[in-house]
Structures are given as structure tokens and as C-alpha cells.
Design a binder for this molecule. Structure first.
Ligand code: ADE
Length: 248
């Protein structure tokens, strides 16, 4: 059996049943892909469903002030992605979908390929870090429809061909050149910086507080708070005017 056939068969049996895989609406797929760039699948599922129920079309998003979209994004990380998504929806609502999806704000080669393959049936394989790792180990690109191949490779990378300890015994790709040859790597012991000490964390806390109508988070040293607020204002994520600090 060819690698492509084996992979497609495995995906039919073992692939994850995810809600954005049941639609070919490019807007719905775009929303899922932007959310999945920073947040785990299990956490994205309910957020994507809530989002789609509230804003079923790009035009519905485009009618909202960006602050509403930021409010709905709280907890999904990287607020700038929400602003880009809102901008992309405005472009689509006004001009329709461009042929080259990379013309949309926030859409790079990966997201363009994902929407192209999963929604539009194009022969463009979206290669994220999971897919790149699997293909690198396999040493070839299996043949097959890009949409099936892309989803299957993502699931294989997440469930079987994992970064640290691949489960080769469970893998459908029997002729993989790396089969059994990737040593399991224990998690590195090097202490990672605490997320709470990063400005990214502080930015998220400030936007969440404003979205909830709460006071700014306590415990941020004033120099750090100022730096974070300056950065958020520069990126258009908060507005400081006569009425105080607010979402745009
Ligand atoms: N990560 C990015 N895109 C994905 C998708 N379509 N399914 C599962 N995980 C993903």
C-alpha cells in the first residue's frame, strides 16, 4: 500500500472529528486556523462553536467594532491575530475572497494553504510544525488530495508521530525511513521563563480586564505596566482618551 493510501485509511479510522472539518466555508476554516495558531485543539472547539454561532459570516464580523472581536478573543492569546482576522473579514465583506488568500491581513502561506486545501479543494498542502516534522521523518510527500493529506498529517503528528517520543508501532506508514529510529527525548530540564513574567502574559491580562470591565490587574510593576500599555496602544489594541483606557 502506498503511503498516501495508508495515511488516508488511517485518517478515516482514527482521525479526529473536529467541527471545522465538517464545513467547506472558507470563513469558518479561516477562523479555526487563526484560533489554532496559538491554542490547543480541545480549547479551540468550544470557542470556535460559540464564535460561529454569534458571527456566522465574515460580513457579520465586519459589522462589529474591533473591540467586540477582542472581547470575544480573550483567552485565545495573541490579540493582534484577532485584529488581523477582523480586518480580513472587512476586506472579504467588501471585496469578496481574493484569489491569492495571502492578500488578506494576517494570512501567511500556511493559513492560505489551509483555507485553500480544506475549504476550496486546492492542491496546496498546509505545512505547520507538526506536518513538517512528519514529512521530514518520512522523507517523502505521500500522494493524495491535499485536504485529506493535510488533516491526516496533522493528526498523525499530534497523536502518533509526536516530537519527543513517536509511537512508531502505531503508525500506518510502514516504510517510513525513520521508523523506530527516533530516540525518545525526555523533556528538557532547563527552566523555562515563567509565562507570568512575560509581557505577552501582561498584555493578555490587560485586554481581559478591559473586556470584562474590570480594573487593571494588580501586581504589575508600574514601569512594566506602562511599557505594556504603550505597546497595546501602538498596536491599536487599546485606546487611551479622555474617558480613560478602553478597548477600541
Ligand atoms: N491545527 C491547525 N489546523 C488544524 C486542523 N485543521 N485540525 C487540527 N489541528 C490543526
Amino acid at each position: 500500500m502506498s503511503a498516501g493510501t495508508a495515511l488516508a485509511a488511517w485518517y478515516r479510522e482514527q482521525g479526529r472529528d473536529l467541527p471545522w472539518r465538517r464545513t467547506r466555508d472558507p470563513y469558518a476554516v479561516l477562523v479555526s486556523e487563526v484560533m489554532l495558531q496559538q491554542t490547543q485543539v480541545a480549547r479551540v472547539v468550544p470557542r470556535w462553536e460559540t464564535w460561529m454561532a454569534r458571527w456566522p459570516t465574515a460580513a457579520a464580523v465586519a459589522r462589529e467594532p474591533v473591540g467586540e472581536v477582542l472581547r470575544a478573543w480573550v483567552g485565545l492569546g495573541y490579540n493582534r491575530r484577532a485584529v488581523r482576522l477582523w480586518e480580513a473579514c472587512r476586506v472579504v465583506a467588501e471585496h469578496g475572497w481574493p484569489d491569492d488568500l495571502r492578500e488578506l491581513p494576517g494570512v501567511g502561506p500556511y493559513t492560505a494553504a489551509a483555507v485553500g486545501a480544506f475549504a476550496l479543494g486546492r492542491d496546496e498542502l498546509p505545512v505547520d510544525t507538526n506536518v513538517a516534522r512528519v514529512l521530514g521523518r518520512l522523507g517523502e510527500r505521500p500522494r493524495g488530495e491535499a485536504a485529506v493529506l493535510g488533516q491526516a498529517l496533522m493528526d498523525l503528528g499530534a497523536m502518533v508521530c509526536t516530537a519527543r517520543s513517536p509511537r512508531c508501532a502505531e503508525c500506518p506508514l510502514e516504510d517510513c525511513r525513520s521508523r523506530g529510529a527516533v530516540p525518545a527525548r525526555p523533556r528538557s530540564d532547563v527552566r523555562r521563563a515563567r509565562f507570568e513574567d512575560t509581557d505577552r502574559w501582561a498584555r493578555g491580562r490587560v485586554v481581559a480586564a478591559l473586556a470584562a470591565g474590570e480594573r487593571l490587574p494588580d501586581g504589575l510593576e508600574s514601569g512594566r505596566l506602562q511599557r505594556v500599555l504603550d505597546g497595546l496602544a501602538r498596536d491599536g489594541l487599546v485606546v487611551l482618551d479622555a474617558s480613560g483606557l478602553r478597548l477600541p
